[in-house]
Design a binder for this molecule. Structure first.
Ligand SMILES: Nc1ncnc2c1ncn2[C@@H]1O[C@H](COP(=O)(O)OP(=O)(O)OP(=O)(O)O)[C@@H](O)[C@H]1O
Ligand SMILES: O=C([O-])CC(=O)C(=O)O
Ligand SMILES: [Ca+2]
Ligand SMILES: [Mn+2]
Length: 637
């Protein structure tokens, strides 16, 4: 008996292996024959056969205009014009044509002679996830394929956002509209001047121009065609391009071909630090927004969340200007088209709870509410994945597949299985995936006016009931207050849950004054889900309620599938009098925090402001609480 195997050798010849079993011995012989079954004569040839073009590259045939636009984006003041931009593989070494010398222009001559002026740049423009995978795995250390097909990567030294390093340019066009950081007013908008912005922009652009290869992603923010904006992301890492491919709304081929000039451009030079001698800089990180030029510069952090929240900040500025409310919320829709919004600070469950097999997902994090209804700003989701289990979050688990970016997770080197329990790199492990990776996503991501507004609050004090029904004024009061806890990891430096008031549950992203936008142990996820089901079924709207002291919250006396003792937090306290002290203390914090909004900030009149104020915590005898002015956070965990 004889078996013959053929193999193709690199030189194009074939080799036959013979195996004979005479007297039980196997004999292997090697022939080299020219009976070549291959259509290639060498490996290079073979590789050429491996691929074909069934569909032109999205950006092909399109167009000098696009190349010019990319070149314009990458222009620095060190060069006369933008770099010569080449798309695709390895053509960067072509020397760009030297610019025509304008008569009498000395500056042109100087710029053309600079080394950076001679350099061309290879740009991967709206490259596919597969291409970005390859580049990221080849060039970005710590980037690997895991067993589910997702791309696991490291974001470097920063594994959460850096809110203290976020700056907004003070310029005449927008300065009167911005809620500037001042003292302890809670505003996230630290100011910088235009000149300093230009210094940081130049630093970022020069850094990007010196690289061998760059990635650009052009996409949209906002599903409503009327108010969407065009966003361009220029970045050094393929991981960042894939992240924004997931998070922005992906353009169709023809939308890309006619994309034109972006409304907002992000320069992500995150691997490169700021120059700390530059004014305003307080660390090696700076995230700078310029509303006049429509640009954002990122230096000194590679955490991808900065980009998505940069887009959010811009929308938070532009949308209220045209009468559209922008919201840090998740959103889904019931069978009858009833829309729910889930507000909550980072890590409180917007993604987890808006992803619901019974309710099509409109979006998990950033929405706008206009006269016609709601629309998502993004094209993807960003889920926290610490402790993620297939059993409790099956839809998200399933989305962690090819195309998904996994940030800072730990995986087994051999099996490549992810250990979602591990916080070895950070508590803030994350998964980013296109929204259509969730089976029941509603695309386009738009819906009607919301029916239920759910304020998710993580109460580190453990005194607020797990669910209560709010009056309109109470909803306004609690929305503006934004009492919750910062969970560990999402912001640099937060390692324990930390009680905070984050206006509109997204204080870190507000651009206008909050009034412009609107007027222990964690509860088990399965209980929260049961409560949300009861909201959606209408059970809670009709439920019997009891009113709590001080906060006057209407708490249902029972909820299907939720143990009734869970509904009253006092049950979890051994020492009942310290429960009451803590409740009083929290009420003081609310009152002190609200003082800065009590006047309405010019956005609501005194009467409305006073109604909202009355919806806050009261004295036990029913009167309005006065701030004692010395409230301090002290945690009861
Ligand atoms: N009762 C609960 N309700 C909601 N989430 C819970 C609960 N208990 C634990 N969790 C966990 O909390 C995390 C919530 O993360 P999620 O991504 O949903 O936050 P988010 O509000 O979308 O925040 P961000 O704006 O930072 O993305 C998940 O890891 C989830 O498993
Ligand atoms: O921005 C991030 O890193 C994640 C997020 O959605 C948030 O913090 O609200
Ligand atoms: Ca999320
Ligand atoms: Mn968020």
């Amino acid at each position: 008996m004889q078996r013959v195997f053929s193999a193709i050798m690199e030189n194009g010849h074939s080799a036959d292996f013979e195996a004979a079993d005479e007297r039980g011995n196997s004999i292997w012989r090697l022939h080299e024959g020219i009976s070549n079954p291959s259509r290639a004569v060498n490996l290079q040839d073979l590789r050429r056969l491996q691929t074909s073009v069934t569909k032109p590259r999205q950006d092909e045939g399109v167009n000098q205009q696009q190349l010019d636009s990319l070149s314009e984006t990458l222009k620095s003041t060190a060069r006369l014009k933008g770099p010569t931009v080449q798309k695709g593989e390895g053509q960067a070494s072509k020397v760009p044509p030297s610019p025509k010398k304008a008569p009498g222009s000395h500056h042109q001559f100087v710029a053309a002679m600079s080394d950076s002026g001679l350099k061309g740049t290879t740009v991967y423009h709206n490259a596919t996830p597969a291409e970005l995978y390859e580049k990221a795995m080849t060039f970005e250390p710590g980037t690997h394929l895991v067993s589910s097909g997702a791309l696991a990567t490291l974001s470097g030294a920063k594994t959460g956002r850096s809110p203290k390093d976020k700056r907004v340019v003070r310029e005449s066009g927008s300065e009167n509209n911005i809620w500037w950081h001042k003292g302890s007013n809670g505003s996230p908008n630290f100011e910088m001047d235009e000149h300093t912005f230009i210094l940081n922009r130049e630093r970022a652009v020069d850094y990007l121009n010196m690289l061998e290869r760059l990635y650009v992603f052009d996409g949209f923010a906002g599903w409503d065609p009327q108010s969407r904006i065009k966003v361009r992301v220029v970045c050094a890492r393929a991981y960042h391009a894939l992240f924004m491919h997931n998070m922005l709304i992906r353009p169709t081929d023809s939308e890309l071909a006619t994309f034109g000039t972006p409304d907002f451009t992000i320069f992500n030079a995150g691997a490169f630090p700021v120059n700390r001698h530059t004014s305003y800089m307080s660390s090696s990180t700076s995230i700078d927004v310029n509303l006049r030029s429509g640009e954002m510069v990122i230096l000194g952090t590679q955490y991808a969340g900065e980009m998505k929240k940069g887009v959010f900040s811009i929308m938070h500025y532009l949308m209220p200007k045209i009468g559209i409310l922008s919201l840090h919320s998740g959103c889904n829709e019931g069978k009858d088209g009833d829309v729910s919004l889930f507000f909550g600070l980072s890590g409180t469950g917007k993604t987890t709870l808006s992803t619901d097999p019974q309710r099509p997902l409109i979006g998990d994090d950033e929405h706008c509410w206009s006269d016609t209804g709601v629309f998502n700003i993004e094209g993807g989701c960003y889920a926290k994945c610490i402790g993620l289990k297939q059993s409790s979050e099956p839809e998200i688990y399933k989305a962690i597949r090819f195309g998904c970016v996994l940030e800072n997770v730990v995986f087994d080197e051999n099996t490549r299985n992810v250990d979602f329990e591990s916080n070895a790199v950070t508590e803030n492990t994350r998964a980013s995936y296109p929204i259509d990776y969730i089976d029941n996503a509603k695309v386009p991501c738009m819906g009607g006016h919301p029916k239920n507004l759910i304020l998710l609050c993580c109460d580190a004090f453990g005194v607020l009931p797990p669910v209560s029904r709010l009056t309109t004024s109470q909803a306004m009061y609690h929305f503006i207050s934004g009492y919750t806890a910062k969970v560990a990891g999402t912001e640099e430096g937060v390692t324990e849950p930390e009680a905070t008031f984050s206006a509109c549950f997204g204080g870190a992203f507000l651009m206008w004054h909050p009034m412009k936008y609107g007027v222990g142990k964690r509860i088990k996820l399965r209980n929260t889900r049961a409560i949300i089901d009861a909201i959606h079924s209408g059970e809670l709207a009709a439920a019997q309620t009891e009113t709590t002291p001080i906060f006057n919250l209407e708490v249902p006396t029972s909820v299907t599938n939720v143990p009734s003792e869970v509904l009253k937090p006092i049950n979890a306290w051994k020492d009942k009098s310290s429960f009451n002290d803590t409740l009083e203390h929290l009420a003081d914090l609310y009152t002190a925090n609200f003082e800065k909004y009590a006047s309405g900030g010019g956005f609501v009149n005194a009467e409305v402001a006073s109604q909202i104020l009355d919806a806050g915590p009261q004295r036990s005898d029913g009167g309005r609480r006065q701030s004692n002015g010395n409230a301090r956070f002290s945690l009861v965990l």
